[in-house]
Ligand binder design. Structure first.
Ligand code: GLU
Length: 445
């Protein structure tokens, strides 16, 4: 059976690398199975949801390389929720409650004081039609609770294995507020049924919800999907990530020059039995995705690891992929340039600097003019290849008796003005003989 999965963010902020973990696990499962990936915006909370966050989420997913097969917005599907709510009311599974928040809080305290679990006592189920008419006559509007079956709901979690929630210890959840707006549960399950979702892959903060949701799936007669609850990404110090803080948002990572594949590899592989490593594309990552490899402990996100991974992704990036991006940075380069510098990049934009070193002008650093003059005399005639550097430095070594750092550093300082940088064997042919001679003579070229 091919999978239909969904990523269901509420558009209340910028998505972060932890949300990317959920999105990628879903999208890559669909990719591997030729399934369908639905992007569903849980935007029934009109106060907090913003269209620009939804649009930015789509842009962020595109940046990661994910194109949803379908995009739906809960705010446009209220008729479905209405129909589902009416059906549940008719069947007696959704019942009207009139308690105020203060009344509920008072009862809760009494229960706790008696050592009882603070579970809703279902007093509203005992209300007669007359009671309800009287309450409504006083101006009260009902909120609506889902009547749970008092039983243990069990499922085979694709990540966590055999799992269960004892619904007997839960309050009947409120599905519809007094003002008629929906909390997350009913729209989510109604949509999962309507959209034919086969696998619900999401963070383990939703495990308790799953007991209630399975009962709701059953009440609606929909097939119960496979559930998989993955561990959550935390910061290196163990704190949860938040859409509100904006740190580690995909947008800020993109703006900081982090490669989408670095984000994808870390988001998917951290906290799993697969080692975090750079992979060339999402297909390669999809081939690795296996929900049963995800570990139970928290997945700590380490920014230093992302930096390292970013470098590794760039070091392996083929020229064909780099070329259009280099052009966007104003660099018209050939493959030789890319191969010479990519191993030194931590950000693609660092290439601009190395382009400047090749093309100049730069101020060479000459500390020993005699040495520079000797090196200059020994510089081979063109054409130059990747072997020219070795041949030249062997000749300079033979004549000056210098070797190692004492030989290479002055040449690097003269040719690039810097004491570090990409391998000179690759850079030298790009610099070319004329410019190299000029720099060895101390000219700004
Ligand atoms: N909007 C919910 C969230 O962002 C979706 C949870 C789910 O996947 O069911 O947590």
């Amino acid at each position: 059976m091919s999978a239909t999965v969904r990523f269901a963010p509420s558009p209340t902020g910028l998505i972060h690398i932890g949300n990317a973990r959920t999105a990628l696990l879903n999208a890559l499962l669909a990719r591997r199975q030729g399934g369908t990936f639905v992007l569903r915006f849980d935007d029934t909370d009109a106060e907090r949801s913003r269209r620009e966050y939804a649009d930015q989420t789509e842009a962020d997913l595109r940046w990661l390389g994910i194109e949803p097969d379908r995009v739906v917005r809960q705010s446009e599907r209220l008729a479905l929720y209405e129909a589902v709510a009416e059906r549940l009311k008719a069947e007696g599974r959704l019942y009207a409650c009139y308690e105020t928040a203060e009344e509920l809080e008072r009862r809760r305290r009494v229960q706790l004081g008696r050592g009882l679990p603070p579970v809703y006592d279902r007093a509203a189920l005992a209300l007669s039609p007359e009671d309800r008419a009287r309450l409504e006559g006083e101006g009260r509007r009902p909120h609506w609770r889902f009547r749970l079956d008092a039983r243990v709901v069990a499922w085979e979690d694709a990540v966590r294995g055999p799992s269960h929630v004892d619904c007997a210890s839960l309050s009947d959840p409120v599905l519809v507020r007094e003002d008629g707006s929906y909390l997350y549960t009913l729209p989510s399950v109604a949509d999962d049924v309507d959209l034919g979702i086969t696998h619900v892959v999401r963070g383990e903060d939703h495990v308790t919800n799953t007991g209630v949701q399975i009962q709701l799936f059953e009440a609606l007669g929909g097939p119960v999907p496979v559930f998989g609850h993955h561990n959550l990404l935390t910061t290196a110090s163990g704190e949860g990530l938040s859409k509100r803080s904006g740190s580690l948002s995909l947008r800020s990572l993109a703006e900081d020059g982090i490669e989408p594949m670095a984000v994808a590899c870390l988001a998917v592989l951290v906290g799993s039995s697969d080692s975090v490593r750079p992979l060339p594309d999402l297909d390669a990552l999809a081939a690795l995705v296996d929900l049963s490899h995800i570990s139970r402990g928290p997945a700590r996100f380490d920014e230093a690891e992302l930096e390292t991974l970013n470098g590794k992704v760039l070091h392996a990036l083929p020229f064909a992929e780099a070329e259009p991006r280099l052009r966007a940075l104003g660099i018209e380069a050939d493959e030789a340039f890319w191969l010479a510098v990519r191993g030194n990049l931590t950000r693609l934009a660092d290439a601009v600097r190395w382009r400047g070193i090749v093309e100049g002008p730069l101020v060479p650093r000459i500390e020993d003019e005699g040495f520079a003059a000797a090196a200059s005399r020994l510089l081979p005639e063109e054409p130059w290849t990747g072997a020219t550097w070795a041949a030249w430095t062997a000749a300079v070594k033979a004549e000056t008796g210098l070797k190692g750092r004492a030989l290479f550093l002055p040449l690097r300082l003269a040719l690039t003005g810097l004491d570090h940088g990409p391998e000179l064997a690759g850079l030298l042919p790009l610099i070319g003989r004329e410019r190299a001679l000029g720099r060895l003579a101390g000219e700004v070229v």
